[in-house]
Write a protein that binds this ligand. Sequence first.
Ligand code: ADP
Ligand code: MG
Length: 301
Amino acid sequence: MKIAILSQDASLYSTRRLKEVGEARGHDMRVINYLRCYMNITSHKPKVVYQGKVLEELDAIIPRIGASKTFYGTAVVRQFEVMGVFAANESQAISRSRDKLRCLQILSREGVGLPVTGFANSTKDIDGLIEIVGGAPLVIKLLEGTQGIGVVFAETHQAAKSVIEAFRGLDANILVQEFIKEAGGMDIRCFVIDNKVVASMKRQGAPGEFRSNLHRGGKAEQMKLTPEERSTAVRAAKAMGLRVAGVDLLRSNHGPVVMEVNSSPGLEGIENATGVDVAGKIIEFLQKNAASGKTRDRIQY
Ligand code: ADP
Ligand code: MG
C-alpha cells in the first residue's frame, strides 16, 4: 500500500516508528508535512499538491496533526477524504477531540463516566459555576490546552474565583471540573485502535504534582485495566468517532471517568512502558481497512 504520514517533523519518535514499521511490512511509506501541502478544490478532481507534485494514488493517510495546527491540518485531511483516501482518523473526529468541552458533551450524550464539569461564558455567575462542581478544591482548564499546560488546581473557593476571573479577563474559554483527589496524581492512558484497547499504562505525576503528563515529569508504567475501564475507553473512542485514540481515565470514587480523548496519541511513552508494538498495530489496522477506500464518519457533532 501507499501510505502517507501527515506530520510536521519526520524525526519525531511516532512518525519514525510508523514509517519504519510500515516499510518493514512492505508498504511504500511517505512523511508529508501537511503545512506545506496545498489544495486544489475543484469538482470531480480535488487534488493535494506537495513539493510541486500532485499526490496521487495514496491508499491511506495517518494524520498526526499538531494541537496548534488543527485548522489547516484537518483541512488537508478533509481534502484527502474528499479524494476517497482512507484516513486512520477522520477530520471531523480530530476536530471534535481538540476541544475539551465538545469532547465532554459528546461523551456525556453517550453516558460515558465523566468528572462533574461546568462551563460558563460570563464572569457574573462564578459562585454558581463553582457550586455546580461541588465547590473547591477544583480544577480549571483552558479548552484547548495540552501537555498539562493550562490545567490549574484551585484549593479554595477564593483561589478558584481569582483564577476564573483572570482567565475570563483574558477572554480565554475555560471549564471548571471537580477535583478527583482519590486519583492521587495518577491517570491511565488507554491506547485504542479499531474499538480495542491494544496497550495501557498508568502515569504518575512527579511528587507534589497533580498532573500526570509525561511532559510535566510524570512516570509511566504498564498497567492492566479492569473490564469497566476497558469498556469505558472503547466507548469513549467510539463516541468520538476515532479509530486510533489515546483515552485518558482517572480512577474516581464513582468509577472510571474520562478526562480527554487524544486523536494523535504519542507512541514513545506507551511503547516504552508496555513493550507493545503499537505502530505495528496501526499499520495492521490500515491493512485491514484501507482497501475499502471509504470514509465513514457518521457521528455528526
Ligand atoms: P492536557 O490536555 O493538558 O493533558 P488534562 O485534562 O489531560 O489536560 O489534564 C492534565 C492532567 O491533570 C491529567 O493527566 C490529570 O493527571 C490531571 N487532572 C486533570 N483533570 C483532573 C481532575 N478533574 N481531577 C484530578 N486530576 C486531574
Ligand atoms: Mg492530558
